[in-house]
Design a protein around this ligand. Structure first.
Ligand SMILES: Cc1cc2nc3c(=O)[nH]c(=O)nc-3n(C[C@H](O)[C@H](O)[C@H](O)COP(=O)(O)O)c2cc1C
Length: 409
């Protein structure tokens, strides 16, 4: 029987998954604005035979809205420029750039991806986002973001138009290596999931447990099938972070060492950034100032009410809430254990139908990625669950998806 292969993507934003990761002795925070750093990281990802590297966009100005992110290390370079440069030092790994449909015209983004397709020789992917951060709108001369449903219906129009433009390029020739970039999405809401089901060839999602992964993948596969698409044509790739050690105890100690890099002030800044509400003036020992958060947040109030509901009930202190938030940021699965245990966990998720693979978000960079590539990848390969060589050159081949049909065929 053919065993189910595991796909791996590398989401390498900033200096790692944890907001404290940049302080780790094996992090290189000074590297994130240098091509020297990205050259070595790109080669490491390719050595680990990952499908693709993904970078997000950052259209909002941090620090707006009265928050104080001075000590938050979230540097971002333009993903298209960065990934295109990374293609010059790699041969096979896919390069997935995030571009917003809310703040780019189809003409602009179709041209940028056409250039990326040609320069990378058919390794480009487009992470389609609609921009959810409220600080984005003022950078484009608008007071507020359009509502989410409007953003997603507009996104569908933008994608359709961009696809028409790539088909026109295909007819005019010479054809783009893959015909068009691989389409990627990360919708979580009903509107976002419907959009992903209609559009995506690969999907990111948070899934903190195997059950959450199974629920999400089943839901997306049934939405995809409901639209008459083949669910096997979409790879579902939940986020995964990890802290490894030679024994379970060592891994736990390594995790604690990362957490100990956080001080309360940093945790409160991170929470302020995540809730879009400045919490730095409040007493850390007093209960989380729920009423002030709801009144002042720039995020949809109902989303924030859900996030703080249990703390409001229990009277959790701002300090405890912020430190706990730091421990479990963004609802992704965080694995703490030995490389062997991690490989077994990944295989069990894949076999249970919780995913087609994972979007690895190393805890700190590049040390966390080095450990994963050096210690977990060989185990997966030995167990016959992960490639030892790339199957071809294009991202679609690497994903095991059929080539995109010619527009004139
Ligand atoms: C791994 C991952 C990376 C993401 N990267 C970006 C990004 O770079 N820019 C962005 O605006 N949104 C990004 N998002 C947010 C998604 O586009 C989406 O808005 C989010 O998952 C919530 O879904 P919803 O829009 O359906 O509410 C990312 C989401 C995930 C899970």
């Amino acid at each position: 029987m053919m065993t189910k292969q595991i796909h791996l993507w590398a989401f390498l934003q900033g200096i790692g998954f944890y907001p404290t990761g940049w302080k780790h002795p094996r992090a290189r925070p000074e590297g994130v604005f240098s091509m020297d750093y990205y050259r070595s990281v790109a080669k490491l990802v390719e050595k680990g035979r990952f499908d693709a590297i993904v970078f997000g966009d950052q259209l909002q100005s941090r620090g707006a809205g009265g928050r104080t992110p001075e000590r938050m290390a979230m540097p971002t370079l333009d993903p298209v420029s960065l990934l295109t440069a990374m293609s010059a030092v790699t041969e096979h790994v896919g390069l997935v750039a995030t571009i917003s449909t809310t703040y780019n015209t189809p003409e602009m983004l179709a041209e940028r991806f056409a250039a990326m397709e040609r320069i990378t020789g058919g390794r480009s992917g487009w992470n389609i986002v609609t921009s959810a951060h409220p600080d984005t709108a003022p950078n484009f001369g608008e007071a507020e973001l359009p509502p989410k449903d409007t953003r997603y219906s507009h996104a569908a129009e933008v994608v359709d138009k961009a696809c028409e433009l790539w088909a026109a390029m295909d007819r005019a020739g010479p054809r783009l290596p893959q015909g068009r970039p691989v389409l990627v999405q990360a919708g979580q809401s009903p509107a976002g999931r419907d959009f992903a089901a209609r559009t995506a060839e690969a999907i990111f999602c948070p899934a903190a447990s195997i059950e959450a992964g199974i629920d999400f993948r089943n839901d997306l596969r049934s939405r995809i099938a409901g639209l008459g698409r083949n669910p096997d044509g979409t790879r579902i790739m939940p986020g995964l972070s990890c802290v490894l050690g030679g024994s379970e105890e060592e891994a736990k100690a390594n995790h604690k060492a990362i957490m100990d890099l956080a001080d309360v002030a940093l945790a409160i800044e991170y929470l302020s950034e995540s809730l879009c509400c400045d919490l730095t003036p409040f007493d850390p020992e007093a209960p989380l100032p729920v009423a002030a958060i709801i009144a002042n947040t720039l995020l949809p109030k109902s989303d924030v009410e859900r996030m703080v509901a249990s703390a409001a009930e229990k009277g959790t202190s701002l300090r405890d809430y912020a430190m706990n938030f730091m421990l479990h940021p963004r609802g992704h699965n965080v694995f703490i254990g030995t490389p062997e245990q991690m490989a077994d966990m990944m295989i069990s998720w894949r076999d249970a139908g919780a995913c087609d693979g994972f979007t690895l978000q190393p805890s700190y960079m590049p040390g966390g990625l080095e450990d994963f590539v050096g210690e977990v990848v060989p185990i997966l390969q030995k167990k016959g669950r992960y490639r030892t060589e790339y199957p071809g050159n294009s991202l679609r081949e690497t994903l095991g998806l059929p080539a995109f049909a010619r527009a004139d065929a």
